[in-house]
Design a protein around this ligand. Structure first.
Ligand code: ATP
Length: 370
């Protein structure tokens, strides 16, 4: 029998993070009630800038350990620009989770929903359905992460390190190939593009070499290559032709926002960070202090991140009801946009957080999946 009971560590965090997290788990519970066949045990972990202001700690004692013991971590949004650690940086305990639990595969789905705002005039933009896999633990963020705090800037010069390792790159490529395979099995294109700058940097030639080595293990997937600058152009000109793209940390940081912009923006951008033994899900947006507490936040990125969590856990555990619950939520969002029932303020609509949440709940209760 497949696993049907899961522990979820919830770090709702700051600003709209807490608001969209509540919305997400209300929708997850509605999908769970309809599908049955699995239970989520929610464990709240106090963390974030507000918590730091009140206690002097950015995450509760043992919070990281408890998060690591859960089957999945869910983060709302962490950090408030006005509250800083002693060294001047923003409060970001979730970045330590990424390091500590080696969450190397950042997954950013970019999907157009018919009826949702889109930036491209071409009708084919309705068919955009791609995934960016961004490496999350090394690359050009290596020195910015906890790895290397040695001074590298003086009055005359500033240096950063771009570091790629064989171990992480192999696992990253395998992850991306497996995702392309899985998408192919449900009608996807079966393509994986290696995005790099292998014509200029040795590090990216190394990345591409490893991509090629791993490709040999996935003969059913069509592999291709793109230099990151050309890929940026293609993402704007014909994103509907793309499937899965894998890349270094900084390239992924930039291209995933670009791609997210094609299908609506931050309020639609779901994301996951996945490692060999742990996984974390969170909307790609921040705590948006400018709109917090005003019933204005669009909860869809958070809700779709929740659906990704059900999908990932369900896939890992072989729990079909959970996979169906994930599809139910995606279908609810799709139905809502298609018939004009989801009109987030973020896109100039008249629906705030509460109305959006209620609407997604009712679409989730009514959605039909084959
Ligand atoms: P971070 O650095 O923590 O990612 P940020 O400064 O890049 O944060 P966000 O907090 O994501 O920015 O917000 C950027 C802008 O987008 C804000 O003006 C905010 O109002 C808007 N925004 C972000 N997320 C949402 C959302 N879910 N619904 C509506 N507006 C949003």
């Amino acid at each position: 029998m497949s696993k049907d009971s899961f522990e979820i560590a919830i770090l709702a965090g700051d600003g709209i993070g807490t608001e969209v997290t509540d919305a997400t788990f209300a929708v997850i519970e509605a999908a769970q009630a309809r599908m049955g066949g699995f239970h989520l045990h929610q464990h709240e972990i106090m963390a974030g800038a507000g918590y730091y202001r009140d206690t002097g700690q950015d995450i509760e004692t043992d919070g990281e350990e408890r998060a690591g013991k859960a089957d999945a971590m869910y983060v709302g949004a962490i950090g408030l620009p006005a509250i800083r650690a002693k060294d001047g940086t923003e409060i970001a305990p979730h970045l330590r989770l990424r390091e500590r639990f080696e969450l190397y595969a950042g997954v950013r789905p970019v999907k157009a929903y018919k009826g949702a705002p889109r930036m491209l005039l071409d009708e084919r933009a309705n068919e955009i359905d791609l995934v960016i896999i961004r490496e999350c633990t090394e690359g050009l963020f290596y020195t910015a992460a906890v790895h290397d705090r040695s001074p590298k800037t003086n009055q005359d010069e500033a240096r950063e390190t771009l570091r790629l390792t064989r171990s992480v790159t192999e696992r990253l490529c395998d992850f991306a190939f497996r995702l392309a395979e899985r998408r192919k099995s449900s009608g996807g294109k079966g393509m994986l593009t290696c995005v790099d700058k292998a014509n200029v940097f040795q590090a990216f030639a190394f990345f591409r070499k490893i991509f090629d080595e791993r490709a040999a293990h996935f003969p059913d997937i069509e592999k291709s290559y793109a230099y990151v600058d050309a890929q940026a152009l293609e993402l704007v000109k014909k994103p509907w032709e793309l499937d899965v793209l894998v890349m270094e940390n900084m390239f992924g940081d930039i291209l995933s926002d670009l791609a997210g912009g094609l299908v609506g923006g931050m309020g639609m951008a779901a994301s996951a960070e996945i490692g060999d033994n742990h996984c974390l899900f969170q909307p790609a947006h921040g705590s948006a202090p400018d709109i917090m507490g005003q019933d204005k936040a669009n909860p869809l990125a958070a809700i779709l991140s929740g659906a990704m969590m059900l999908d990932w856990l369900g896939w890992q555990a072989g729990n079909d009801r959970m996979l169906e619950a994930a599809r139910l939520i995606e279908q609810a969002v799709s139905d809502g946009f298609a018939d004009g029932g989801l009109r987030p303020m973020e896109f100039g609509g008249d629906m705030g957080l509460q109305d959006m949440t209620k609407a997604v709940l009712s679409y989730t209760k009514a959605a039909r999946i084959d």
